[in-house]
Design a protein around this ligand. Sequence first.
Ligand code: GLY
Length: 368
Amino acid sequence: MAQRLNVMMNKKPCYDIIFSKGWQELTEELQEMDIQNRKICIVTDSNVDPLYGEQVLEAVSGCCRKAVKYVFPAGEENKNLDTVKKVYNFLIQEKFDRKDLLLALGGGVVGDLTGFAAATYLRGVDFLQIPTTLLAQADSSIGGKTGVDFDGYKNMVGAFKMPRLVYMNFEVLKTLEDRQYFSGFAEIMKNGLIKDSEFYEWLISNMYEICERDLDVVSEMLMKSCTVKKLVVEKDPTEQGERALLNLGHTVGHAIEKAKNFELYHGECVALGTVAAAYISWKKSFLSMEEYYEIRDMFVPFYLPITVDGIEPEAVLGLTKSDKKADGGNIRFVLLKKIGKAVIDTTVTDEEILAAIREICYEEGAVD
Ligand code: GLY
């Protein structure tokens, strides 16, 4: 029996997140949605389509008038307006109208891009999310942030568009390559660090089962992690304030992502950015030295990086300052007041950021 969380918007139920093992309950959920006369376009990528494209098409087909599939080449380099244009063309060719739906089947790139196409095609059509990576299940499929990269800038063009349903099938996590799986863990750890110290402790206690992908523990982990995210986005859906706390690790993280030419996964960069933010939090005497090292070293058993090589700290600082997370020119840095309590700080200086970047930049030939 699937578990569910309901996400509220303006104090009204908005959409359910379904936690399930298999596709059976997807069909049941869709049958409840009154879409028998609607068309559904499954948007997915070339990695996910061979694994789940046909199964999902089959699960969806009996619930709507017609189901079609649009597949684009996998990769962050395709998360752009050219791919969105191809989706629009396909929808026009298939005569999709305003009452038809899109279904995002895949990781963060697919979810963000499909959500953006749904937000803009015919001024907005409904969409469903079936996240297939740990990162997308824990973070990007929830909260309605959609968008694409533009001119080398991450998520520079986008819209807030809430899905009608988020359906998670934990079985899909078994087929993820290790690096992809552990990358998703960074966003989960982040949710503990910013809001829930008990959850952070729980992650430490369940480290072995999480690494082994014990699906009962993984489902409990996602339920706890999604509850943190749900509470934050319910209070501040369009990031006027508190939602920005979810960007812990993302300011320096996005800069590293770009400096490394997207060779590292998003979650790996978030881990590095979180180490940098924890370092600044220590230097500002919010965290003790022991807490800083504990946070840093917590990423290691989950195979996440805590140092990075081959980039210039000054270049990363420059990219950090050009990231979109600024407020009237000041970087809105997310720091940790303590484990389980994050704050926005607009007073972090270039020197403090540079020192934190140097802490995580491994320089060839450096002697300890
Ligand atoms: N990934 C951060 C947010 O959804 O706000």
